[in-house]
Write a protein that binds this ligand. Structure first.
Ligand code: COA
Length: 164
């Protein structure tokens, strides 16, 4: 039986940066997320952002950024002490293999190590993004119940999850 793939997450280091910039989702998903080539330089400049790489064995297969305050997502004061998750994406070549849940487990484990004081994580997801909604629900996220309009591709749900 082949060994199970090892998923890890890591801050985007100089050694990982070029591979992160090559991560691309499927063309039809471009309306849900911007590519790292657009958002990584911004995350690197922003003191409240942590750009992160997703690795499958030794290869970079995805990207996300953690915001130290989720208030920047929807502007809600009650999210000020929660972490925010943005730009979460897996390269098209690695999607649809059930890796999403394993990636989310690694992401949450990393947060509890590096942000032990954090109690919640918050994200926004487009209401038409079925794959992401299924993944987040399976990973234990709950819907805040409010739809946010004004996103570039239609209404968005604000989801949240308690951190251990
Ligand atoms: C969201 C994303 C990371 C999920 O990765 P993935 O490899 O597709 O994840 P999985 O294969 O583990 O599938 C996750 C769930 O979505 C379901 N799913 C996958 N593609 C789907 C689709 N097109 N429609 C409906 N459900 C879908 C799977 O069946 C699975 O559900 P289950 O756990 O109930 O079986 C990936 O689709 C992605 O990178 N999308 C583009 C970027 C994006 O939209 N990011 C979210 C920004 S908020």
């Amino acid at each position: 039986m082949p060994a199970a793939p090892i998923i890890r997450v890591s801050p985007v280091t100089a050694a990982l940066r070029d591979a992160v910039l090559r991560v691309r989702v499927r063309p039809e998903q471009d309306r849900f997320v911007s590519p790292p080539a657009h958002t990584l330089p911004d995350a690197e400049q922003c003191p409240g952002s942590e750009p992160m790489a997703i690795l499958l064995d030794a290869a970079v297969v995805g990207y996300y950024r953690i915001e130290r305050s989720a208030r920047s997502l929807a502007g809600r004061d009650e999210d000020a002490d929660a972490l925010g998750l943005r730009s979460f994406q897996l390269d098209a070549a690695c999607q649809g293999r059930g890796l999403g849940v394993t990636v989310m487990e690694a992401l949450l484990a990393d947060l509890t190590q590096r942000h032990p004081q954090a109690r919640r994580i918050v994200l926004m997801v487009n209401s038409a993004n079925a794959a992401a909604l299924a993944l987040y629900r399976r990973a234990g996220f709950a819907d805040s119940g409010t739809l946010y309009h004004g996103g570039r591709s239609g209404p968005q749900h604000l989801l949240w999850r308690a951190l251990p």
